[in-house]
Ligand binder design. Structure first.
Ligand code: NDP
Ligand code: TDO
Length: 289
């Protein structure tokens, strides 16, 4: 079974590459396309790729993910997160390819005090979240067989993410200040990738939108604390309010996702974020020493 992976050089794309390299999911024939191999904003290129081969699935790992930059690079963020996604959706539909697309907790405004279900009203409060929500609509409106997985606070040993930022900052600083008034759930990209592979291997026809994050709840401060403890780094960590940290984009104050639907549909047992963080830190240390 052939699977096209777009945006393959990013964090999630690299996670799939690493799984394929380790011989996991041998029955799946992955075709990895980085941004230079396949620009998803080029509709002709997307059409050509999807008709050139018999792809059963396309996993879209491409995205404009710099939340602050999206505020002043509106056109580029829209082009990638909406137009590019629409290009994939239209052409997946034509070639009868199932589209697996990744969305975010940042489609929510953060004013809830209970975890967001798939049916909760999306009301993004920053440009990135707005484009991601419009990207979801582009999928729903243009391809009949799709899975949208909304995830949150993705991190791993690959690409750029909060865990790696903390580990790189630590040797250069005596003190690190991290916000404690944004609550969500860190998600290890490997857990998300394994869940996507499970959906594919089951040949599931339960198409639709699903939330997926690790179990548990944390602030970015809690996450940073666990990273430093897990990597035995002795550093002064200061809890601060978001107002004390300069950011162009506003972030939701609470973006915990309710995962009942994906757990019930696929019989999933999701690891707690602290357990997955230990696995990620081990993987990071194997690469970086
Ligand atoms: N990171 C997070 O915390 C979260 C991410 N998500 C979503 O998950 C998905 C994957 O995220 P993640 O792996 O972290 O993101 P990354 O930013 O690590 O990867 C995105 C990839 O998209 C590629 N890309 C850029 N422009 C194009 C283009 N025109 N055509 C094809 N590919 C392109 C980038 O290429 P290049 O490297 O060359 O720029 C990069 O490799 C995204 O949709 C994101 O919105 C959801 C929730 C949380
Ligand atoms: C580096 C740093 C960040 N922070 C804060 C800023 C921000 O509120 C929070 C997280 O910072 P980041 O910029 O790493 O992450 P951020 O861009 O907020 O992360 C989001 O990315 C997109 C792509 C998503 O889809 C979301 O799910 C979420 O993961 O931590 C500090 O307080 N101190 C620091 O030293």
């Amino acid at each position: 079974m052939k699977i096209l992976v777009t945006g393959a050089s990013g964090q999630l794309g690299s996670t799939f590459k690493s799984l394929a390299k380790k011989g996991y999911a041998k029955e799946l024939d992955f075709v990895f396309k980085s941004a230079t191999d396949l620009d998803i904003t080029d509709i002709d290129a997307v059409q050509e790729e999807l008709t050139s081969s018999d792809y059963a699935y396309c996993i879209n790992c491409a995205g404009f993910t710099n939340v602050d930059s999206a505020e002043d690079q509106n056109d580029l963020a829209y082009l990638l997160n909406v137009t590019g996604v629409r290009n994939l959706a239209i052409n997946c539909n034509r070639s009868k390819t199932i589209l697996i697309h990744i969305s975010t907790d940042f489609v929510f405004d953060g004013f809830s005090n209970v975890p967001y279900s798939e049916e909760a009203v999306a009301r993004p409060i920053n440009f990135y979240g707005d484009t991601k929500y419009k990207g979801e609509r582009a999928v729903i409106n243009n391809v009949s067989r799709y899975f949208i997985l909304r995830t949150s606070w993705l991190y791993s040993e690959f690409g750029q993410n909060f865990m790696k930022t903390m580990l790189k900052l630590a040797p250069k600083k005596d003190t690190i200040s991290v916000v404690y008034d944004q609550i969500g759930t860190p998600t290890y990209a490997l857990d998300l990738a394994n869940t996507i592979l499970l959906i594919i291997k089951e040949n599931s026809k339960d198409y639709g939108t699903y939330n997926y994050s690790n179990e548990g709840v944390a602030s970015w401060y809690d996450f940073a604390k666990a990273i430093f403890e897990g990597y035995t780094i002795d550093i002064e960590l200061k809890p601060i309010l978001s107002t004390a940290y300069e950011m162009s984009a506003e972030r939701p104050k609470f973006s915990v996702l309710d995962k009942s639907k994906i757990k019930d549909t696929f019989g999933l047992i999701i690891p707690h974020w602290k357990d997955s963080l230990s696995v990620a830190l081990r993987a990071y240390s194997q690469i970086n020493g």
